[in-house]
Design a protein around this ligand. Structure first.
Ligand SMILES: Nc1ncnc2c1ncn2[C@@H]1O[C@H](COP(=O)(O)OP(=O)(O)OP(=O)(O)O)[C@@H](O)[C@H]1O
Ligand SMILES: Cc1ncc(CO)c(N)n1
Length: 277
């Protein structure tokens, strides 16, 4: 029975980060900061800190699916997002479970696919045999796909180097069948701003933002996709959810902090408490 006093809920289907900066740790913090109850289906445990990833253990695909079933059949899913999906077998199990619960195109629940392929320091987080499963099975079911420029190169072969190249990148990803595509511009070389592009096949919307001179951007992509997912769970339209997510991630990068001896995380503290450290 749905209780009207329950908060909106969002599900992250992703890997853990022992360093607490990226992956489902970043997703849960963002859901919390956005006033959404976060639920999880863990796909992989990573051994990770601010310097890099030194291990990845996959959770059996049937256990990933069972987590989705447990959450969806009891708590419900207002919107869902994916992070690390690790392998083609996990992608298949996730998509079957999503189909059972109306998550994704054809169902009623928005489904954000963040096609995470590698860590910031270059360690693979997805088997190469899973690229086709992402392109041809996951993308057509997605309400939104959110690649960075390295993922665009891997998935489409397009090497976007200027802001003008982003529309071609968006069209190539859109051809795989998602409803919306968001191309993230954080890795554009030599651009003084971070202008991302949202595209649905006909409409393209630029999302302007400053580029801050910080090296601490670990988890920026996860925070962006989960802020969007939280807004979708609250019933926002896609353009509004993405504009709100862009404001959220920009502020998170502005307040990113140093941690360990490597790349520190973007901050999700700012929404909750003023800088107090
Ligand atoms: N230095 C920066 N200053 C401001 N915004 C940034 C900066 N770097 C990235 N962003 C923004 O953060 C969001 C994430 O973009 P990015 O392209 O870095 O994704 P990502 O590579 O998936 O992130 P990550 O791998 O760091 O988690 C985008 O909105 C991008 O414009
Ligand atoms: C678990 C995990 N998910 C996603 C990323 C990419 O930000 C990462 N480094 N680790």
């Amino acid at each position: 029975m749905h209780d009207e006093t329950a908060p909106p809920t969002a599900l992250t289907i992703a890997g853990s980060d022992s360093g607490g900066s990226a992956g489902m740790h970043a997703d849960l913090r963002t859901f919390f900061a956005c006033g959404v109850h976060g639920t999880t289906a863990v796909t992989a445990v990573t051994v990770q800190n601010t310097v890099g990833v030194t291990g990845l253990v996959e959770i059996p695909p049937e256990t990933v699916a069972a987590q989705i079933d447990a959450v969806a059949s009891d708590i419900g899913v207002g919107a869902a997002k994916t992070g690390v999906l690790a392998s083609a077998a996990t992608i298949d199990a996730v998509l079957d479970a999503c189909d059972r619960h109306g998550i994704g195109r054809g169902g009623r629940t928005p489904f954000v696919v963040d096609p995470v392929a590698a860590s910031r320091s270059g360690e693979p987080l997805l088997r190469t045999d899973a690229l086709d499963a992402l392109r041809h099975r996951a993308f057509p079911r997605a309400t939104l796909v959110t690649p960075n420029l390295d993922e665009v190169r891997l998935l489409t072969g397009i090497d976007a180097r200027t802001r003008e190249d982003l529309l071609d990148a968006a069209k190539a990803v859109h051809a795989f069948g998602p409803e919306w595509v968001l191309i993230k511009s954080g890795h554009l070389p030599d651009d003084p701003e971070c202008v991302d592009l949202l595209f649905n096949g006909t409409e393209s919307i630029e999302l302007p933002g400053p580029r801050y001179a910080t090296e601490h951007t670990h988890g920026a992509g996860d925070v962006f996709a989960s802020a969007i997912t939280a807004a979708l769970a609250k019933g926002a339209s896609m353009p509004d959810a993405v504009r709100g997510g862009k404001r959220f991630v920009t502020r998170s990068v502005a307040e990113a902090y140093p941690l360990g001896s490597g790349v520190g995380p973007v901050s999700t503290f700012w929404r909750i408490s003023p800088r107090s450290y």
